[in-house]
Design a binder for this molecule. Structure first.
Ligand code: C2E
Ligand code: MG
Ligand code: MG
Ligand code: MG
Length: 283
């Protein structure tokens, strides 16, 4: 079964690695420069506990300020970086930077966890798990304060190996979450088999969420199913008070979205945290 699955989904070929066109090659060369010259930063978006209103942690989201082209969104460069080993360096940089920021926040008395996005391809890098563990060690951060968000389709690349790698991370108390849940390949059959403890319902279901919307029963079912499996649920893309309140009624655990706060630079997050005293209480 696992072999079948992986055969169907392995698509990283040498041709792809060679990158498909000049545009991509240029972008990747510039991205490599960016990595070494402070053009990359992380913005942080709060995650709110729907039971207590407390700010539980943040998701780190990569930003690229190009010297000539201005700000380039991750949706434009991450998928291309995934076709080269550059993605391994980007992810390592993101985890390193996010953990350093977490240590700074800890010193300021803020209790937070930090989530970093991990690409499909990172899980195929045999050094990935060791590099994550050594970054925790470098910063002396407890694994329980680090969360890795993995997009659904990633598991399908090589199910057995991926499960083994994820188990090593889970054994270090790192929280593993499935990102963009509901958009990828059939998720139900392997959800139970993976050592994940969080599921993030994709924003396409949440943006339009209202009492009589067609996504409401889907969201309700996803929350109930996850809870039955002992998995917590995060809703991403919460843009309205209606969605926020309905998610709370449906028993969703955590909410993230523009209604509460946009991703922001660390300094701005500090101000926001001070203003809100670490709680999100819509007036
Ligand atoms: P994602 O991990 O699913 O992150 C959520 C995206 O939705 C982010 O876009 C965030 O800014 C945006 N968002 C959050 N709340 C709302 C909302 O209420 N409404 C709307 N319309 N959007 C909202 P962003 O920052 O552009 O990132 C896009 C994707 O790029 C991420 O999706 C993730 O897959 C990828 N990405 C970003 N940073 C990294 C990174 O450091 N490493 C990797 N591998 N991927 C990253
Ligand atoms: Mg994410
Ligand atoms: Mg997502
Ligand atoms: Mg995503």
């Amino acid at each position: 079964r696992a072999a079948e699955r992986s055969q169907r989904w392995v698509r990283f070929t040498p041709e792809l690695d060679a990158a498909s066109n000049q545009d991509t090659l240029e972008l990747l060369a510039e991205l490599k420069t960016a990595l070494g010259s402070n053009q990359l930063t992380l913005h942080y978006q709060p995650k709110i506990c729907l039971l207590s209103d407390a700010v539980l942690g943040v998701e780190a989201l990569m930003r690229w300020q190009h010297p000539e082209r201005g700000s380039i969104p991750p949706g434009r460069f991450i998928p291309r970086a995934e076709h080269s080993t550059l993605i391994d360096q980007l992810t390592a940089w993101a985890i390193d930077t996010a953990l350093a920021q977490l240590v700074t926040w800890q010193a300021q008395g803020l209790t937070l966890s930090v989530a970093v996005n991990v690409s499909t391809r990172n899980l195929l890098d045999p050094n990935f798990v060791d590099s994550v563990l050594s970054l925790l060690d470098k910063h002396q951060v407890d694994g329980a304060l680090l969360e890795l968000e993995i997009t659904e389709g990633a598991f399908m690349l090589d199910f057995e190996r991926t499960t083994a790698e994820l188990t090593r991370l889970a054994n270090a108390n790192i929280t593993l979450s499935i990102d963009d849940f509901g958009t990828g390949y059939s998720s139900l059959q392997y959800l139970d088999a993976l050592p994940v403890s969080m599921l993030k319902i994709d924003q396409s279901f949440i943006k339009s969420l209202a009492r009589n919307s067609s996504s409401a029963p889907i969201v309700r079912a996803a929350i109930n199913m996850a809870h039955d499996l002992g998995i917590q649920v995060v809703a991403e893309g919460v843009e309205t008070r209606t969605a926020f309140e309905l998610l709370r009624e449906l028993g969703c655990d955590v909410a993230q979205g523009y209604f509460m706060a946009r991703p922001m630079p660390a300094a701005q997050f500090n101000d926001w945290h001070t203003d809100t005293q670490g709680y999100f209480r819509p007036g």
